[in-house]
Each structure stands twice: as C-alpha cells, then as structure tokens.
Design a binder for this molecule. Sequence first.
Ligand SMILES: *[C@@H]1O[C@H](CO)[C@@H](O)[C@H](O)[C@H]1NC(C)=O
Ligand SMILES: *[C@@H]1O[C@H](CO)[C@@H](O)[C@H](O)[C@H]1NC(C)=O
Length: 767
Amino acid sequence: MKFQISFTNLLLCWGLIWMPITFGSEDYYELLGVNKDANNRDIRKAFKKLAVSMHPDKNKDDKDAHDKFVKIARAYETLKDPDLRKHYDLYGEDNQNKRQQSYQSWNYYRDNFGIYDDDPEIVTLNRAEFEQTVETGGDVWFINFYSAMCSHCHQLAPTWRKFAQRMQGVIRVGAVNCEDDWVLCRNENIGSYPSLLYYPDKEKFRGDRSEDDLVKYILNKLDIDIKQVTPSSWPSYENIPRLLFFSDFSGDGPSEETRSKVSIMLEGLMTVAHVECEKYDSFCEAMGASSGTAVWPTKEDSHPVFLGGLEAQEIVNQVLYHLPEPPIITLKDFEDLHEKLQDGASEPWLLYFHMGEPESARLDLRKLPAKLPGIRIGRVNCGQSHQLCSNLHIHRYPVYGVFKLGGTYELYHGRSLASDVAHFARQSSRAQHVTTLTPDEFPLSSSPMLVDFFAPWCPPCMRLLPELRLASQTLGSSVPVGTVDCTVHAGLCRQMGVNSYPTTRLYNGSNVNLFTGEHRASSIVEFLEDLMSPVVQELDPDSFYEIVGKKKEEEMMLVDYFAPWCGPCQQLAPQWRKLAKMLSDLSMVKLASVNCEKYSDLCLQQGVRSYPSIRVYPLGSKGLSQVALYSGYHRDALTLRQWVMNFIPSLVENLNEDTFNRMVRGSSKPWLVDFYAPWCGHCTVFAPEFDLASRKLEKLGVHSGKIDCQEHRTFCQLLGVNAYPTVRLFLPNERGRGIDISNRSADDLVQVVASLWTTEAPEHDEL
Ligand SMILES: *[C@@H]1O[C@H](CO)[C@@H](O)[C@H](O)[C@H]1NC(C)=O
Ligand SMILES: *[C@@H]1O[C@H](CO)[C@@H](O)[C@H](O)[C@H]1NC(C)=O
C-alpha cells in the first residue's frame, strides 16, 4: 500500500514539472469560434458545424484539409473534457499530448453527433453539469436519454422537439446522448433507449410517446394553482397583482392547458384566477369580457389590461411587457450608488449588464422586482457605458451582478432564468464580505483573506461558491472572501501558481494556506478556526529536536510527515486536526506535523520514505528512541484514534462477578461500567470512546470498568444486560441494576454522568 501511495505522489510531482509553458500556438476557442466561458453545449454545436463543413471527405481539393480537421478535432477533444480544458486555460496547448490524430467519417458528424444539439428548447446535458442543473437546481426537468444508434430514438425526435416547444418556459426539457456520456446514463440506471425521465422525482415515463400524452403527463405532475373565482370571492383578490381568465361555452379563450401553463410561468409573480362566465355572466359582463384574459400587473392597478393570444408564452410576454422595466444606470449613477453602498446604504443592488439586446430579450428581467423585495434593480447598457463595464471586467453579455452593502460585488455565472438569478441575488447580498477580485487588488494587503480561484464552466467551482458565501456569513469581516475568475484573469491565476480549479487559499501576510477539506461551509469555517488557533504544531528542525527529540517518558508525540503537493496528505490534514481536537483532553498526547518539502533533510534523517507518514513516539520511551508507524489504509480521525488509543494504558478496570461485587457494590464512588462482547463490532468502535470518557471521569471521581459478557454470561444475564455494548452507571450504595446510559460519544457520556452524579449526590449524603 505504502508503495502505491508514494508512486501516486511521484506522478503528482511529475505532473507539476511537466506542464509545458507554451502559449498561444493555437487558440482552441478561436478555432471553434466560441467564447472563453462557453459551455459544453455551445462547444459541441460549434464543433459539429465546423466538422461537417471542414471534413476532408468534403474538401478533397484542399491538401491541408486533414491537418485543419485534426486541429479542430483536437480543440474539441480538449475543451469538452473538464480536466484538459482547465489545463489548457492555464497553460495553453500541451505539445506532448497531441494524441487525437484520427477522426470519424463525415456521415458520423452529420448524423450521430447528437440528435438535439441544434434545438434551442432542448438542453443537451452532460455528467459534469447534471448534478447541479438537474438534481439540485430546483427546476422540473423532463429528460430524454437516447443513443444516436437507436432508430426509435430518431423516430421520437420530431415529437420530442414539438413537445419541447410546447412546454417552453413551463418546464425544462433535456436530452442526454448516452453514446457520449454512458457513465451518466449508467448512474441514472438507463436500461433502454429512449428513456424519458421526470425530475426531481426521477420517474420513468411509461405511457404512449405521443406529444399529447407527454404534455398530459407533465401537467398532471405539476402543482397548478388557479383560483376559481365567484362574484363574491373576487373582491378578496383586489389590491394584489392578478391575472384573470374568462371562459364560456364558446371555447374562444385560452384553453385549460394554456391556463395551466400560464399559472406555472407566473408563479410567485401574481395570483392567477379563472372565472366561468357561463355561470356568472353578469359578473363577466360587468368586467367587460366573456372569454380571454385580463391582467392587473401591479397592486396599484385598479383597471385591467385585456390581453390577446391563446398561447401561454404569448400571454406571459404581454404580462411582462406591462410590468415596469428597471431603470438605466449610467456611470455617474453607478458611482453614486457605489458610494452610498460604501457609506451604509440600506439596500443592495442587482444590476443587469447588457449590450444591444432587443427589449423583448429583457422581459424576464421584469419578473425580478416581485421576487426580490429589499433589493434594488437596474440595468447597464454596456454599449453606452463601456467604461463602467470595462472597469468591472465585464466582457460577456448579458450578465448579472450584485452590488452589496459595504461596496463589495459579485457577478453571476449561472443560467439567466429569473428564478435562478433571484436565488443568487438573495444569497449573494447576504454574504456581504464576499467580493470579486481583479488584478488591481493584487498584491493583497497583509490582512487575512480567503481567496477562491475558479472557472465559471467548472461544476465543482460553481458548487463551492455558495458554500463560501455561507461560510462568509459566519466568518464576517474578520476573514473576507475574494473570488478570481481565471477565465477572465488567466495571467493573474498563472502568476499565483493556480493549477487546478477551484483553488482556495488563505492569504495572511506572508503565510499562504491551501484549503483542502470538504467543499462545505462548515469545513471552510473549521479550516480557518484551526489556522487561527492551531491544534497541530508545525515543526521545523529546531523545534522538532527540541520537542520530539527531548520527549519525556510520560509524554506521547504523534507526527504527520507530509508534502504539501501530495493528494493523500491534503486529505489527511483536516482529519489530523480533527484527531488533535478529539484527543485534546489527553494532556500527555501532542500532535505535530513536519513539512517534508521544506525540511527534506529532517525527513531524510528520520527515514521517511512515503507521504503521508504517520508516526507515534509512545509513552514510556524518551525522545526518538522508540517509534511506531501507522500502516492502515484509512486515515480518518476515528480510525486513527482507535490506533492511538492502543498506545495509552487504559484506566478502565477489567471486572468479573467477584471484583464487581467487591469494588463496585461496596464503593463510596460511582462506577461507570461497559458491558461488552469481544465479537461485537460496535463494542470495538466504542471502546476508545469509553477509554477517553474514563479519563475525564476519573477527574470527577468516577471510576470506570468493563465486563466481558461472553466470559461472564450468567452474571451479565443476572444484571439484565441484553445488548452490547451496554453502559450503566452504578451510584454509591446502589444495589440494583444501575442506570442505563444510551449516549455513546465520550463528551456526551461525561456530561450525562456528571449531571446524574451531582443531582443524585445530595440524596446520598442524607443516607
Ligand atoms: C493571521 O496571522 C496572524 C499573525 O500571524 C494571526 O494572529 C492570525 O490568527 C492569522 N489569521 C488567520 C485567519 O489565520
Ligand atoms: C444522551 O441521550 C439521551 C437519550 O438518547 C438524550 O436525550 C440526551 O440529550 C443525550 N445527552 C447528551 C449530552 O447528548
């Protein structure tokens, strides 16, 4: 095992030396004609278009056709793979890695490249974005898992397209090419093609694959909230934004399907209601309609606007058109609002940066004010205010940015649907101390700052950002968080030695610490707490020989010999700190670490051959005279603690019936007893926990013991022990079976025992 680990380390190490620093020989993005932040779908689309026109089969006269084609194929192969793309973004073309020399026939690119790549309503999904977009994105999805080889899949295609058009804006319609992404299809248990799955329920559609049946199935699944209005209930809807459908026998107005779709599309924006005019004709007559749609766009509107149209999207667009558009923000306005934010204004801003889109493209924007009370909304036309946009390094459009109290800001990188943007705006405005960094802020000031280097197309990066915002709410102003978009500031990221995304580091004066824990807010907070009050001492040669070298017999040292670049070492670091906290009550145990890259001589002298190397210098020996090496496979804190506890003599008395009756029954002190069986796995895991508790309890005057119930079966039965482990507290003069304690962690045990002992104590004094 150890060999294998050092081998990986070696590879990692080579990986760093390898990276060729050759830039710009070919710009893959330019070759394919896509932006730096293009997603996989754009990249595929662009490539397919080029592949079909540039294929050597179709360009027989061009002797360079083959080479040209190989180039675009290589660009595509690189950019579609998250790891290769990351590498390419930072280091350019990797000349040693020109493996893609072969390609498929022209027909392949035309027919088999993906059935839905050119359909705007259908999102072609891949594994990288699946979790974030589908599983946790919060939208309803209907996804077609297909193979380009399957004829049924091609037969379904026209229906699926029509279905997607019909449901546009209501739900999200997706497609997964299982030929391209078989791992995703396997993970989703796709057994046949085509498979149509409804998410988030992940339910397989089993009906007839006709357009109507597909629509019916989806509408049945959705939670449709249309208020049925009567003349007497209508007044209760006044003074709120509302839309009312009128219908009568003629059937001239929007259909039931349209009404359902509109209600879903306007969810959260206004109340959607329906009145049956054949029942309430005088009410409808008074309103001036018998079929059709009326809207009161804001709560101030007392007169309705009547809308034409029978299609959901058409109706919704008219509704949005009647909602006010956010004001234009100029450079001057921006400077004012930014100054106010720095001076303690009370409302953050959401700004929409765009460049020459038609007004209709901004309709979705009008949904936002209703979704974001307490956040002001404006738009910036980058065509007019290019100075402002370029100051903020905004080079793609449209993009949203949140400008927060205190003057920090963040740009949004997700999908621009109103609900996604609103979610981001709420989250980001709360995380006041998270801000976007540009090269202007470097070198950083000497005060601590957590900096996250990311790329918008990298899914783990996009998952980490919300966690950072959450963590920042705990950290507050003491450790602000900065983010750097490496696709915009590639030079800065290279200069900072970033070679993977996301890279998150704490900069504090001249100290830099890499965050390697789990990508969760709690781990990030813990990482910083550990840095502020270290539980593991990092040793240099002097302190090593002083502390470990001169260790006393009644002390025990645990040392982690690591190399900062080694993956398993990075995973161990947070566990090592956790272990230190778990063992903090054992005053004779100290944890330390040695950076073997920095102090290679020291590690060489100590014969360290692989990283991480975990060593214990045990009790009863002086200095470095005795050492034990950890050779286990798991390096989590719990497993390591179990191993460490073997080196510490236990305070837990081994009891039998006789000693129990003498020592426990006759004691003036309470006893905590662990009834166990040697074959019980839970007991083995629990034993070190009980050991730890016993040390703390000893200080409170509570003794601990254990009884092997396999050896002393009848005695355990006599005491009514019928599960292992069983923990009982026997108070002084206790004659019965003791008090059962169900808690299993050392701290809980101590707390519960302490409370029982002090509350019981006075009673016993009286006796
Ligand atoms: C930054 O460094 C200072 C001085 O070394 C230290 O006191 C402080 O705890 C550090 N802050 C963090 C967040 O690590
Ligand atoms: C111990 O366990 C009991 C019962 O499960 C529970 O009610 C109590 O909160 C626990 N005590 C501690 C300190 O965790």
